[in-house]
Design a protein around this ligand. Structure first.
Ligand SMILES: [Zn+2]
Length: 366
């Protein structure tokens, strides 16, 4: 699959928090609790806020409101990812993406190409985290364990955490951040104080995206593309998707053009197609699209009817489940796009006549 040239490099999300996250973090700092679960849909800043929390917990000269000072040795240790009292528990792919060091053994295994980086939180890492939580703290500000994305714990890993969550050794605090809370074991959820991430005001979020370096036009369009979730908008931009690329997707899908989706992972492509499908239904019924603008779409009469579009919607939901590891990503994408073309273009089929299924499962290429 060809890759899109990154037109934008997002700054790392480990600095000062955007105002709406800062406020939520301050609220949590006022409350007692040794384990927080930050939950909500993707793109609302769960990871950034979890990191803000642990930084504040470990800071040696916290400000009067409880937030981190940003310049003590402890804050510095978090910043350069070497704080001895912080344990970051993530899948290896996520550690690499967010620039956290892997354990020595894991790093060596990967260097020696013994295995691929794990997409799940490994049981070995969980055991290390449990062992870490039983040690005494090095800097007298207690210890912190950050788990993200918490839904990447499987049953075994999650169960290994349960006892420590239930009876934590004195000075350790946990923050679990998730974008799919329904995938967590109920026993994990019930042992944490839960915080549902708040949505920012759209003008506030757009202003923040501009501060991150996006041109105002792209910021507004990508925020819409991300359904109002600023960290998802930033992720789109980091993948090289700017407003000009995004706006051409509905027409490209109508034409079945794969090139417009070059560089998308199967999951990202499905996500975009689900938004196109959602908006096509709105345009077809004379409403305003949510993720695009009306002129991005072919005229309503050139779009398929309600039944055909809702069938496609159901098919995309099924494809989504198999999209994480398709056998051949490029064939999967081609199939998705021919599916999209068949679904979006109206068919001149006499009503009521049994037709061959217009939408073939993309999963056939797995
Ligand atoms: Zn500090």
């Amino acid at each position: 699959m060809s890759t899109r040239k990154p037109a934008f490099v997002a700054p790392p999300q480990d600095g000062p928090l955007p105002p709406w996250l800062q406020q939520q973090m301050l609220d949590l700092l006022q409350q007692r609790g040794h384990a927080w679960l930050l939950q909500g849909p993707s793109g609302l800043g769960q990871y950034a806020m979890a990191l803000g929390l642990v930084r504040s917990w470990l800071c040696e000269q916290p400000q009067p409101d409880g937030s981190a000072c940003g310049h003590c040795e402890s804050c510095h240790g978090v910043e350069v990812r070497t704080h001895p009292d912080l344990f970051v528990l993530m899948p290896e792919t996520q550690l690499q993406e967010l620039n956290w060091p892997l354990g020595e053994k894991a790093q060596k295994d990967l260097d020696d190409k013994k295995r691929k980086p794990s997409k799940e939180i490994r049981i070995e890492s969980m055991r290390d985290a449990v062992e870490f939580s039983q040690r005494t703290s090095s800097r007298n500000r207690g210890k912190a364990v950050l788990i993200y994305p918490a839904e990447r714990m499987n049953h075994v890993t999650a169960n290994a955490l349960l006892k420590t969550l239930e009876e934590p050794p004195g000075d350790v605090r946990f923050v679990l951040a998730t974008e799919a809370v329904h995938q967590l074991l109920p026993t994990i959820r019930s042992r944490c104080m839960s915080h549902t991430m708040a949505w920012p005001q759209q003008d506030q979020a757009a202003a923040w995206l501009v501060q991150q370096g996006l041109p105002a036009h792209d910021a507004a369009m990508l925020l819409q593309a991300a359904g109002g979730r600023p960290h998802d908008a930033l992720a789109l931009a980091s993948q090289g998707v700017l407003a000009v690329n995004w706006k051409q997707l509905p027409q490209a899908a109508w034409n079945g053009q794969v090139t417009a989706f070059a560089g998308f992972t199967p999951l990202q492509a499905i996500d975009a197609l689900q938004k196109i499908c959602h908006d096509a239904l709105l345009v077809r019924s004379g409403s305003t699209p949510r993720f695009f603008v009306p002129e991005d779409f072919p005229a309503a009469e050139r779009l398929a009817g309600w039944n055909q579009l809702t069938r496609w919607s159901r098919q995309l939901a099924r494809d989504r489940r198999s999209a994480e590891h398709p056998y051949k990503a490029d064939l999967f994408l081609e199939d998705l796009l021919s599916q999209a073309r068949l679904a979006l273009q109206p068919r001149s089929q006499p009503a009521g006549r049994a037709a061959a299924p217009a939408v073939r499962p993309a999963a056939t290429y797995r």
